[in-house]
Design a protein around this ligand. Structure first.
Ligand code: FE2
Ligand code: FE2
Length: 197
C-alpha cells in the first residue's frame, strides 16, 4: 500500500532537479514550503502539501508539442482550449507522471498537481492550497503579490478568485480562450460563498 512516510524525498528532489532549471527547482521548493504553511493554517495534511508542492511542476519543461500525445498514453483526454495552449497541460501530465514514476498513488496529490494550472469546480483543500501557493511562494514578485499573500491566509477562496480574475483578465487582454475548468472554479466559489453569506 502507498504510504507517504516511505517516500524518499531526497531521491525525489534529485529526479526533480534533472527535469527542471535551477530557477524552477527553487520555485518548486518555495511552493512546497508555502503549501506546508497553508496546510497548517487550514488544517490540511502537511506531508501531502509538501509532496504536491514539490512536484507540481515536474513536467513543466516537457516539450509542449508532445503533451497531448503523452496524455493520450495515460488515457487522459484534452479539451480544445487546453490544446490551444498546450503548456497548461503540464499540470495534467505532471499528475500522471508523478503517480507512475514515483509510485505516489494518492488521489488528493494527483488532483492538486493535475488542476494547479486551471483550477476546477469544487476543489478540495489540497488543490486550493497548491493553486494559491504557486502564486505566492517567496520567489514570486508581481504587482499585488503582497495583497494576495495576505488574503491567502485570511480567506483562501477569496484569494483563489482574485488569482483567477487576474488570469482571466490577462487571457482576455491577449485575446486568448479561457479554460472551462477555470471558469467553473470561479463560478463554484462565488456561488457557494454567496450561499454562505
Ligand atoms: Fe505549473
Ligand atoms: Fe509552478
Amino acid at each position: 500500500m502507498f504510504c507517504l512516510e516511505n517516500l524518499d524525498i531526497e531521491n525525489i528532489k534529485t529526479e526533480l532537479r534533472k527535469n527542471l532549471s535551477e530557477k524552477r527547482y527553487a520555485h518548486s521548493l518555495g511552493v512546497a514550503d508555502e503549501a506546508v504553511k497553508l496546510a497548517e493554517r487550514y488544517g490540511a495534511d502537511t506531508e501531502k502539501a509538501y509532496v504536491a508542492g514539490l512536484l507540481h511542476d515536474y513536467m513543466k519543461e516537457f516539450p509542449p508539442e508532445k503533451m497531448v500525445e503523452e496524455l493520450k498514453r495515460y488515457g487522459v483526454s484534452v479539451n480544445e482550449v487546453a490544446k490551444s495552449a498546450p503548456k497548461t497541460l503540464h499540470g495534467a501530465l505532471g499528475a500522471c507522471a508523478v503517480r507512475e514514476r514515483f509510485k505516489i498513488d494518492d488521489d488528493e496529490i494527483y488532483d492538486a498537481i493535475f488542476f494547479h494550472t486551471t483550477g476546477k469546480a469544487n476543489m478540495n483543500i489540497l488543490t486550493k492550497i497548491i493553486y494559491i501557493a504557486d502564486y505566492i511562494e517567496p520567489n514570486r514578485s508581481f504587482d499585488g503579490v503582497e495583497r494576495l499573500r495576505k488574503l491567502a491566509y485570511e480567506d483562501i477562496d477569496k484569494a483563489i478568485v482574485l488569482g483567477i480574475d487576474e488570469t482571466i483578465l490577462d487571457l482576455v487582454e491577449r485575446g486568448l480562450a479561457v479554460e472551462p475548468n477555470t471558469i467553473n472554479a470561479r463560478n463554484y466559489i462565488l456561488l457557494n460563498s454567496q450561499r454562505n453569506n
